[in-house]
Design a protein around this ligand. Sequence first.
Ligand code: SF4
Length: 447
Amino acid sequence: MKTLEVKAGNIIIGGDNPIVVQTMCNTHTSDVEASVAQCRRLAKAGAQLIRLTVPSMKEVDSMRKIKESLRAEGIDVPLVADVHFSSEIAIAVASVVEKVRINPGNFHKDHEKAREQFARLVAVCRENGTAIRIGINHGSLGERITGMYGNTPFGMKEAAMEWIGMCIENDFYNVVVSLKASNTIVMVEAYRLLADAMKENGVIFPVHLGVTEAGNGDSGRIKSIVGISALLAEGIGNTVRVSLTEDPQAELAPAQYLSDRYGRRLHSSMVSIQMEEKTAVATYSAPSRERLIEDIAADFGRLLIDRGIDNIIIKGSYRDENGTDIILDGSGFASYLADEMLQATRRRFYRPEYIACPGCGRTMYNLESTFNEVKRRTSHLKGMVIAVMGCIVNGPGEMADADWGYVGEGNGMVSIYRGKTPLLRHVPESEAIDRLLELIDKEEAAL
Ligand code: SF4
């Protein structure tokens, strides 16, 4: 899908340009030294755009210092300010960074005021050559949109088109759009609706792709690649972030894989495929475990999401880190990968479904180790949706359709949610997983 070109510093997103790889810092932005160190490391590892959270006016100044330090070192990676709940912060930081991400669901409570504030933001961006991302998330659509359209892919598309309309009204086109969701089916449908609507409208903005709260490890990578590749295969998507609850550097390899594969610089390691009714039997000769996982997710994600196939059987081999070829035929690992693919595409749930944010400068606890512990202790709860979120500001809104939520409050405290309702507040971190499991057990016993 040929889009407009958007300029963010030295990077062009859209048009015929390669798919841009991006990530986000998880440092506290106010910790300038740590943020500069992380940006330096990420830029060296291949990040082409780096986002940092700007939770208050204080961090606007931190962003300025971070940018100055990086530029003084000759690191010219464009910086993106991630802003929620304050249009004034977005306006203030727009003259500092190369791109500002706003969330229409929380840009301003009052819609008419939001239009005025957006016009002010556009004026600052125009003057400074700053790009904007209209970053809509399934979990935080805002009451006005959910009241009209429900919490649906259609509602996400309508919200995006409304804000795209505001960009066009303001004659401002340096804009990228995203419609992320944790549910891959919702995410793919929303982006497809958006692509059709933009084509019909005659102005096609570049698209940022991502699966939110995908978690970590194999499942986080598979879920992200399934959703993102389904769209890239259709020519939708100009920049990608693979959000993982891990060190942000870990996001770059799978994101680069997607950029290379859909930029036609890389081919699947699948050597043959046979169909047995609606089961695909695929044979691989993969150069590594990582590549095997990436190739399977990209080869079969779209087919499973669109119900072109119902199952996959994986055969062949991959090469491990010692150079040994590991045979997949009939192995537990091959069936685990097939199970993960069915879970990521929501065709069959063989374990709990986890939603975990990647963490950012708002996170006040060790998200990755807590998430791993929650996974370890809840692995028996097949089919249940459990969220582990880094902050109380965005966490409850972003955990979408989770049955249970573990949400960090800061200062060593946690809130436990049942759906959208907080059942326990101010639980010390050391007790929080126990309290969560007690509540789940109590409810299961009452059923
Ligand atoms: S939910 Fe997670 S990623 Fe989102 S703002 Fe909070 S800590 Fe950051």
